[in-house]
Ligand binder design. Structure first.
Ligand SMILES: Nc1ncnc2c1ncn2[C@@H]1O[C@H](COP(=O)(O)OP(=O)(O)OP(=O)(O)O)[C@@H](O)[C@H]1O
Ligand SMILES: [Mg+2]
Length: 421
């Protein structure tokens, strides 16, 4: 109790309430029992020490917990406001008790008719999706204007993503083809692999932004972190059930939902098989079609295989742009399938060919790190100073030890390092 009060005290009443609503960990919660969810979340706070409060706080700020299916469904419907109609009717009826009953009686049919007409028009206008969706986020429909723009995705990738010619090509081809297909036979499943800081989260963010304007903040984009959402191996069955319910609820609410599973290499082997039915070629499962959803898996697994190929090319004097998808994709799928710590170890998703693309992220070189530094300086609105670029790049560490070709953290620490200048 004391811990709970302390937590509440530190975060303030409002943020505590918001924390309960945003459901920091899905594990103890159960979709059909919001009250229980609240109780369990409170119990977590009770048990929590000061560090658990801090962790909950940082988790809430670091990422938005996936949307609760029922909330998502309720919030999405463009509501027609019947209260408006009632209000206007009330005004008209009230006017009939005016001091000039004769006049009112004469006007009664006209005014009532006008009021009803105006209210219906207004109600219709307000509930018109185009109007409504300007103010509240709506799930993209089938209209042309709702379709994600392939050119914008290409432009984003060209401008922002450095040194990843393969990832750029595959993601663009896969996403554009998928969203332009009016009747896909299965959902899109992409598995992104590579060394730390090479741009996997960055690409999934760009992808999400091109499907839903709000990107990772969208109610239709759901980010799962293995260590946060599925931390305990012994809850495997529970997680599997929750995950299925969660995905079912959100896809029923928005067919174009995007699910991103980060830290796949830290996921219990077997957990992800729970979503196999959703990734398969079924038209409907219990009345829900999953064919327009997008599933993205992010993992460091296979990073060593990719690095080995990149290093071989470098040592042979070949340019990294000569590396082709066929040099990496088969190695990657087999490597990940046989790797106990890939999250896809002996997974039926690979076995049944349900992952559409294995996307390799190459380790970044010195010149790419410099590009990241320049991009970061630009995004801060500062003029680019090449001396600073050079100094920050020189602070990064590179491997292999002798050749020092690839950055061992990719571009990951660039932002923090730049803060010192
Ligand atoms: N290839 C890249 N091009 C441009 N910027 C990049 C690239 N890779 C990384 N960055 C920058 O570095 C930051 C961190 O990268 P990101 O989080 O995408 O790495 P990651 O591949 O997910 O790493 P990890 O495996 O450690 O999670 C990004 O937000 C982006 O600003
Ligand atoms: Mg990442």
């Amino acid at each position: 109790m004391a811990a709970s009060r302390a937590c509440r005290g530190r975060e303030g009443r409002k943020s505590f309430a918001a924390g309960r609503k945003s459901l920091p960990r899905p594990l103890p919660a159960f979709p059909s029992a919001p009250a229980r969810r609240e109780r369990v979340s409170r119990r977590l706070s009770l048990a929590g020490s000061r560090s658990s409060c801090a962790r909950a706080r940082s988790v809430r700020s670091a990422m938005r917990a996936p949307e609760w299916p029922r909330l998502a469904g309720r919030a999405r419907k463009p509501g027609s406001p019947p209260w408006l109609l009632l209000l206007l009717l009330a005004v008209v009826l009230a006017s009939s008790s005016s001091p000039w009953p004769g006049v009112c009686e004469a006007l009664e049919p006209i005014s009532v008719g006008l009021a009803v007409g105006a209210a219906s028009a207004l109600t219709g206008f307000l509930s018109w999706p185009r109007f409504y969706c300007r103010f509240l986020e709506c799930c993209p429909g089938e209209q042309e204007e709702d379709r994600p723009n392939g050119t914008a995705l290409q432009q984003n990738l060209d401008e922002k993503l450095f040194g990843q010619h393969l990832a750029k090509e595959v993601v663009l081809k896969a996403v554009t083809g998928f969203v332009n297909n009016p009747s896909p036979k299965k959902p899109l499943a992409l598995s992104l692999h590579g060394w730390a800081g090479t741009g996997k989260n960055f690409v999934s963010q760009i992808l999400a932004e091109n499907i839903h304007k709000l990107g990772l903040r969208s109610r239709f984009v759901h980010l799962f972190l293995a260590t946060l959402h599925f931390p305990h191996d012994h809850h495997l069955q529970l997680y599997q059930d929750q995950l299925q319910k969660w995905i079912r609820g959100n896809v029923s609410a928005c067919a174009r939902s995007v699910f991103i599973f980060d830290e796949m290499d830290k996921l219990h082997p077997g957990l992800i098989d729970a979503i196999k039915p959703f990734l398969d070629y079924y038209e409907h499962i219990d009345g829900v079609s999953y064919r327009k959803a997008i599933f993205v898996f992010l993992s460091n697994a296979g990073g060593d295989l990719i690095t080995k190929v990149a290093l071989d090319f470098w040592r042979r004097g070949q340019s990294r742009e000569e590396i082709q998808l066929k040099d990496l994709e088969p190695v990657l799928s087999v490597g990940v399938f046989n790797n106990k710590h890939s999250g896809l170890w002996h997974s039926s998703l690979i076995d049944r060919n349900l992952i559409d693309y294995f996307v390799p992220f190459l380790p970044l070189e010195y010149k790419h790190v410099k590009m990241c530094i320049r991009a970061e300086i630009k995004s801060r609105g500062d003029p680019i100073d090449e001396t600073i670029v050079q100094m920050v790049a020189d602070e990064m560490t590179f491997f292999p030890k002798d050749e020092r070709i690839f950055s061992d953290k990719g571009c990951k620490t660039v932002q923090a390092k730049l803060d010192f200048y």
